[in-house]
Design a protein around this ligand. Structure first.
Ligand code: FES
Ligand SMILES: [Fe+2]
Length: 341
């Protein structure tokens, strides 16, 4: 376990500080699994979603398996989410071309007896369901070598009743992530809700970096755990019979928009459906308090180097996140650049 020292303004002169200046780009994101919608929203009716600038169409095949293709038809570019599904195929609404879940064009109705040309096939993307969410790996299936998707164990533990919520912010992923690593904002942004009884002064900011992708922040009776790049959970620091957790995962829709999918999870009052509604609503209310501030931040993504914003010891976890982000930007980890549509 590595416990970081407090950040200082001198960090800007560190070796990583010099690297940072070479490679900032707000359109580059980690290539990984991103949640795009709730499982229960997806039927055999095609649905359009966007992740890292790519327009995608999702549907269930005849066996209920989730499929994900690029959103536009190879023929005349019609939006495939206007089409329909039958058996295992998606039919374009314009001229009825038929695609399977691997993006292969199976049939061209205007010339049913002629061979299907290669250029009629479209891209397919790796997709899977986990913890009630549909996750997409935004790279062409033929090239993609996705790592295993892991979520925090509470999401797969049926002791928890999970109340879902989601929100879309006009903000860069990096600013959204930082908002959940930030303890000092609670007494201000959330002064009427979760920060009501909190003191603005932060005497010690204790956090651990267990490996380069895992950051754990000690905050009173809670532990905030961030798993780079896209998942976060708040859990009690001590095990109790009545446990409450709050989870969020972040998906870059584009360089300027991020969608947040969350669960408020509890092991108590599980049989009262109204409580699901209450927990979802309250979580949304808190997110809404954050949204206004995070959407106001300039520059839109985090700046290109640590020295370009002022840091104090209470910002330690965010500084650590920036170091990890700059390491990602300047290193050889898998990246995806947003597509402009
Ligand atoms: S545009 Fe899709 S079949 Fe013509
Ligand atoms: Fe907040």
């Amino acid at each position: 376990m590595e416990t970081l020292r407090e950040p200082t303004m001198d960090d800007s002169d560190s070796e990583s500080g010099r690297l940072i200046m070479q490679a900032s780009d707000d359109e580059v994101f980690p290539l990984t699994w991103y949640a795009v919608m709730w499982s229960k929203e997806l039927t055999n009716r095609p649905v359009k979603r966007k992740v890292v600038g790519k327009d995608l169409v999702l549907f269930r095949d005849g066996k209920g398996r989730v499929k994900c293709l690029e959103a536009y038809c190879s023929h005349r570019g019609a939006d495939l989410s206007l089409g329909s599904c039958s058996h295992d195929s998606l039919h374009c609404a314009y001229h009825g071309w038929e695609f399977n879940g691997d993006g292969e064009c199976l049939r061209i109705p205007s010339q049913p007896d002629r061979p299907i040309p290669d250029f009629s096939h479209i891209k397919a993307y790796p997709v899977q369901e986990m913890a009630g969410l549909v996750w997409v790996y935004p790279q062409d299936k033929s090239e993609a070598r996705p790592e295993e998707l892991r979520v925090f164990p509470e999401l797969l533990d049926n002791k928890y009743s999970l109340s879902p919520y989601d929100a879309t912010w006009n903000a860069h992923l990096t600013r959204v992530v930082e908002s959940v690593l930030d303890v000092a904002h609670l007494a201000f942004v959330h002064k009427k809700t979760i920060g009501r009884r909190l003191n603005a002064e932060i005497r010690t900011m204790l956090f651990e970096v267990n490996d380069r992708n895992r950051l754990v922040i000690h905050n009173g009776g809670g532990l905030l755990e961030y798993s780079f790049p896209q998942q976060w959970i708040l859990r009690p620091s001590e095990k109790t019979s009545q446990s409450f957790v709050n989870y969020v995962t972040f998906t870059p829709i584009s360089a300027s928009e991020t969608i947040i999918f969350g669960y408020a999870g509890r092991t108590f009052l599980r049989k009262i459906p109204l409580m699901n509604w209450v927990f979802s609503r309250y979580s949304l209310k808190i997110l809404e308090e954050d949204r206004k501030v995070v959407e106001s931040q300039h520059p839109r993504p985090i700046p290109e180097a640590l020295r370009m914003e002022a840091h104090v010891p209470a910002d330690g976890p965010q500084v650590r996140f920036r170091q990890r982000w700059y390491q990602f930007m300047t290193g050889s980890e898998k990246k995806i650049r947003t597509t402009k549509s």
